[in-house]
Ligand binder design. Structure first.
Ligand SMILES: Nc1ncnc2c1ncn2[C@@H]1O[C@H](COP(=O)(O)OP(=O)(O)OP(=O)(O)O)[C@@H](O)[C@H]1O
Length: 278
């Protein structure tokens, strides 16, 4: 992991969002505020999970960090540099697999290094190494449709991590998987994250998943999204996500965060039911 330090010797955050507001124009020409006065700082190598009710702006936060969208007000910095346009050194993983269906597993994983100018031979060697790390040695010649959902997630992980991103943005990456595969993938994610230590923002609806994975859990308010509270998770690592949820400290952290999250979920739910009955 490379650490950037400022002149004053302070570690520069991997991600720093200050006073960010994001407004969208609605189809009827109005203005919709998705995020409001949003502040969040993530240190290099830190694993941050973001939870909040549906529609509160979790995915929008990721689009601001990635540079896919521009903040309407406030600033977003990655590695001390203001985000303008697509942010270099940032990897993504979404709920839907972003694999090329017409490419083999090997070619899918080698695509990043090829795009960055490596020769076919170099890119394939690196891709084979990453496929081994994610437990897919022997599956290089398969095509995505010939893999299970969990295996496709492993391909997506290798595809992201092969580029050694300094920042990894994950938007409910495992939510389409069955419960067992999901916890296996979470363990694998933690093992792989530990090898290259990108700063992570992991968006999820699952508070247990958030606590099991993260160094800190950020709770957002019902929209417009703003940071309601940040909860440190000081559970020891390495962690086994399946087992850690029975730890009394885990349960205490869960209760604490749920108390903050519950009111936001209820507010968002009340708004939806009010809109339906109006
Ligand atoms: N391009 C856009 N144009 C207009 N409104 C948008 C746009 N993108 C997002 N929004 C609105 O901004 C709000 C926040 O959306 P976002 O997808 O960030 O929420 P979320 O917390 O990730 O939701 P979920 O938990 O349901 O995935 C929503 O009300 C959404 O409809």
């Amino acid at each position: 992991m490379t650490m950037t330090t400022s002149n004053a010797g302070r570690t520069v955050p991997a991600i720093e969002i200050k006073g960010a507001t994001k407004r969208f124009r609605t189809p009827k020409g109005g203005i919709f505020t998705a995020l409001q006065d949003f502040d969040l700082t993530i240190a290099p190598g830190e694993f941050c999970a973001v939870v909040g009710p549906t529609g509160c702006g979790k995915s929008t936060t990721l689009t601001l960090v990635s540079g896919l969208e521009k903040a309407s007000a406030g600033t977003v910095e990655v590695d001390g540099r203001k985000v303008s346009g697509i942010t270099p050194g940032v990897g993504f993983m979404f709920q839907q697999d972003a694999v090329f269906p017409w490419k083999s597993v090997l070619d899918n994983v080698a695509a990043g290094p090829r795009f960055r100018g490596q020769s076919g031979g170099q890119a394939n060697t690196l891709a084979r190494d990453w496929l081994r790390r994610v437990g897919l040695a022997g599956f290089e010649d398969r095509y995505p449709h010939q893999l299970s959902g969990g295996m496709r997630k492993r391909v997506a992980l290798a595809q992201s991590l092969i580029n050694e991103p300094r920042v990894l943005l994950m938007d409910e990456p495992f939510s389409a998987l069955d419960v067992q595969t999901r916890s296996i993938m979470s363990d694998e994610l933690l093992g792989l994250w530990d090898q290259t230590r990108p700063a992570v923002i992991f968006v999820t609806h699952d508070l247990e998943e958030a606590i099991a994975l993260a160094d800190k859990v950020v709770v957002l308010t019902a929209g417009p999204g703003t940071v309601k509270a940040v909860f440190p998770v000081n559970l020891p690592r390495p962690r086994r996500v399946q087992e850690i949820r029975f730890d009394p400290e885990f349960i205490a952290i869960y209760e604490n965060i749920w108390e903050a999250l519950r009111t936001e979920v209820e507010t968002a739910y009340a708004r939806t039911t009010a809109a339906v009955t109006a």
